[in-house]
Each structure stands twice: as structure tokens, then as C-alpha cells.
Write a protein that binds this ligand. Sequence first.
Ligand code: GDP
Length: 298
Amino acid sequence: LGKIKQGLKKTRENVFSKLNNVFSAHKKIDEDLLEEIEEILITGDVGVDTTMEIIEHLRQQAKRQKAESPEDLQKILKEELSRQLLAPPEESVTHRPYVVLVVGVNGTGKTTSIAKLAHHYKQQGKNVLLAAADTFRAAAIEQLDIWAQRLGCEIIKHQPGADPAAVVFDALTAAKARNVDYVIIDTAGRLHTKVNLMSELSKIYRVIDKQIPGAPHEVILVIDAGNGQNAVNQAREFVKAVKVNSIFLTKLDGTARGGVVLSIKRQLGIPVKYIGLGEKMTDFELFNPQEFLEGLFA
Ligand code: GDP
């Protein structure tokens, strides 16, 4: 819990601790109190729709449970917030190699997150192969290469400008030949050329499925918590283009906008599974709704 508590410091101190103050400042449950809660949630990047739903729920539950004190309402709020947080799916890695496709806009922390994930798997004694299929930027290939060396894992890369699907083909061929446990594929993240991005991703998909039927086993979308509600809008574009299974939410440590987690499930229907809490490969946690809530209010 220490790491999460530390990582959520800004979100907690700038946003959620205000909620605690509001509950203790009010003597009874009334519209004034509800309005103050509403304002804090909206400024805390919880999203207008999600906030409205939460407030309506508080109003109804307070009535139904005949809640009297603000403390009762606080309890109802915490229960409701944990309901908003969808638990990520259990790991059931039965495929070998287990193929993970990572998508997201450049700058969100995609490369760093891939390194964190690779480190996480390596810690479990698994071997990992990285595929540098973001061939659009020379820097992306170089950066992934540096991480691969640091992690001591294999990387398949081509020249900048090469066909990303060819990189994926080679990576999967190598993975099968060498009995690799995990293949993590980096992809380009240029949303402004949406049509290209979609056709590039669908070509990658076809190559993967042909080599390993049923793969990719997991598609992770990386989004930057610092973008708050905008991150959700950006995510929506990706979700339209590719079937995303889970979300890697980065840079929670640098922002007060961690409340965005609370609206991701409602707005995207996809669980946050991984969180980034810093720049090092160990600044990583599997998302745990209960721990996250404790970190917000601790
Ligand atoms: P990419 O362009 O999406 O591949 O992004 P990078 O992985 O290159 O990351 C962009 C910047 O964000 C780098 O300076 C990373 O160190 C930083 N970064 C990535 N994840 C996190 C995180 O969880 N917390 C913080 N504070 N910085 C991060």
C-alpha cells in the first residue's frame, strides 16, 4: 500500500482529502453537502456523468437507509466509489507465447510501461521478448532497445520506416522457436492519422492471428492520468479502432487527476489493470480497487 499511497499523494491532497473535510464540516445531510461533494468530484476529474450518477445514488441511498449524519453518507460514498471501480480480470495465462499488444498515443508512457510489464513478468521467472513495431519513430526503436538491454530481454527490431507487421512476424517466429513465455509488441501511436493507424493495427492483427491463432491474448491501452478526462476521450478513439482488454494508467504520481480512474469503467467499460507510479521500471502496480480507494482517502 505504501507505493500506491505515495503515488496518489497529489490526487489525495488536492482532491479527495477535501471530501473528508466537507463531511466533517457539515452537521447534516442536505443539498448543500451534496453540492459540495459534486463540485469536488467534478474538479477531481471524475467526469460529469459519473459524478451525477454518484450524487443521485447518494441522495437515494441516504433516503433509503435513513442516513442522518454526514459520516453515514461518507460510508455510502466509499461503497459507491468501490462499485464504480471494476476489478481487473484474473490472470489466467495458459497460452505460450502469451502475446500482448500495447497501443496508445506517443508520450503517454507506452515504452516505459512496456518495460515495467516486462520487468513484472521477468520477476515471475518468465522470459520476455519485445517487438519494436513502432517503426515510425527511430527514437521509439532506440528507447525500447535500451530498455531491453537494461532488462536483459530479447528484442526484435527492424530499421526505422520498416513494415510494423514484418517486425511482428519476425518476433512471433523467434518467440515460437525459442519457447518464449511473453511477447510484448510496441505499436505506433499517431492518432491524427487515424485511418493509417487502424489499417496498420488491423494488418498487425492479421499477422498475429495467422502465426498464433487466437492471439493477441491481451490488448493494453496506455493512457496518461495527467490528461484527466481528456485521456478518456482519447481512449475512446482507440477503443473504436481495436478491441482493448485492459488499461495501463500512467503517471499517477505526477498528477492530482487520479480521480479519472473512477469514470473509466463507466465511460469505456474497460478495467484499469496496471498503474504507473513513476519513471523507474519498478514504479508499477497491478491495479487493486480496494488499495486504490485506501490510497485516495488514507
Ligand atoms: P511513449 O512516447 O508513450 O513511449 O512514452 P515514454 O515511455 O517515452 O514516456 C514519456 C515520459 O513519461 C518519459 O519521460 C517517462 O519517463 C515518463 N513516464 C512514463 N511513465 C511514467 C509514470 O508512471 N510516472 C512518471 N512520473 N513518469 C512516467
